[in-house]
Design a protein around this ligand. Structure first.
Ligand SMILES: Nc1nc2c(ncn2[C@@H]2O[C@H](COP(=O)(O)OP(=O)(O)OP(=O)(O)O)[C@@H](O)[C@H]2O)c(=O)[nH]1
Ligand SMILES: [Mg+2]
Length: 205
C-alpha cells in the first residue's frame, strides 16, 4: 500500500469528542519515548506530522491524523500519550488512565492497536502488564519493536525473542510483530501492507 496524503485533524481528551468513526482506525501506543510519534511520521513520510521530542511525555492527548492511500481509501492514524512517565501526579495519572481505557474500549472503528516496544531493552513489566490488560479487554493488537537502528541485529533478535517468550505466560500464540526503525525506515513496507490488508477487511464488513 502507498500513502498519497496525510494531515493532522484534531486532538481530544476523550473518545467521545473524536472524529466520526466512519473509516478504519489504527492507534499507536506504548511507553513514553518509545517512538510512537516518530513511527507515525515515518509511515506517512511526513516528518512534521506528529510532534516528537527527546523528553518523555510529549504527546498528551488523543491525536487524530487523516491518511489517504493510493487506492483512494481513507483511514485514521492515532497517536496516543504513553505510559511510564514518572513525573506525574496521581490525579493526572488517573485522568490518563480514563482517557486511554475509554478510547481503547469504546472507539468503535479501532481496528488494531499497535503496541510499541523498545527493542533495546529486555522485557519490561510495564509493557507486559499493559498487554495483559489488552487481553482482558479483548483488544486486537500487534507488536512493533522500535529503534532497532540503535542495536546490533543480534541484540534486537535476542530482545524480541525474550519478549515473545515472556508473553507465553498468558498467550498461547505470539501476536504478529514488526521490526522497525523510524530513523532508517526499516519495517515501513510490512507495516503499511498490514494496514492495507486490514483496511480491505474493514470495507467488507
Ligand atoms: N535512533 C532512533 N531514535 C528514535 C527512533 N524513534 C524515535 N526516536 C527518538 O526517540 C525520542 C522519542 O520519540 P517520540 O516519537 O517523540 O516518542 P513517543 O513515544 O511519541 O513519546 P511520548 O509522546 O513522550 O509518549 C525522540 O528523540 C526520537 O527522535 C528510531 O527509530 N531510532
Ligand atoms: Mg509522542
Amino acid at each position: 500500500m502507498e500513502i498519497i496524503s496525510s494531515h493532522y485533524i484534531i486532538s481530544n481528551a476523550s473518545y467521545t469528542d473524536c472524529p466520526a468513526p466512519d473509516r478504519p482506525e489504527y492507534a499507536f501506543f506504548g511507553r513514553s519515548n518509545v517512538g510512537k510519534s516518530s513511527l507515525i511520521n515515518m509511515i506517512c513520510n511526513n516528518a512534521k506530522l506528529a510532534k516528537t521530542s527527546g523528553t518523555p511525555g510529549k504527546t498528551q492527548l488523543i491525536n487524530h491524523f487523516g491518511v489517504v492511500s493510493k487506492n483512494k481509501k481513507s483511514w485514521y492514524l492515532v497517536d496516543l500519550p504513553g505510559y511510564g512517565f514518572a513525573k506525574v501526579s496521581q490525579s493526572s495519572r488517573r485522568r490518563w488512565e480514563q482517557m486511554i481505557e475509554g478510547y481503547i474500549r469504546k472507539r468503535e472503528n479501532l481496528v488494531c492497536l499497535f503496541m510499541l516496544i523498545d527493542s533495546r531493552h529486555e522485557p519490561q513489566k510495564a509493557d507486559l502488564d499493559f498487554l495483559y490488560q489488552l487481553g482482558k479487554w479483548e483488544t486486537p493488537f500487534v507488536l512493533v519493536f522500535t529503534k532497532t537502528d540503535k542495536n546490533k541485529p543480534a541484540v534486537t533478535t535476542k530482545n524480541v525473542e525474550a519478549f515473545l517468550a515472556a508473553m507465553t505466560l498468558h498467550w498461547e500464540e505470539p501476536p504478529p510483530y514488526f521490526i522497525t526503525s523510524a530513523m532508517t525506515k526499516t519495517g515501513r513496507k510490512p507495516l503499511l501492507d498490514y494496514i492495507g490488508s486490514l483496511n480491505s477487511n474493514f470495507s467488507r464488513l
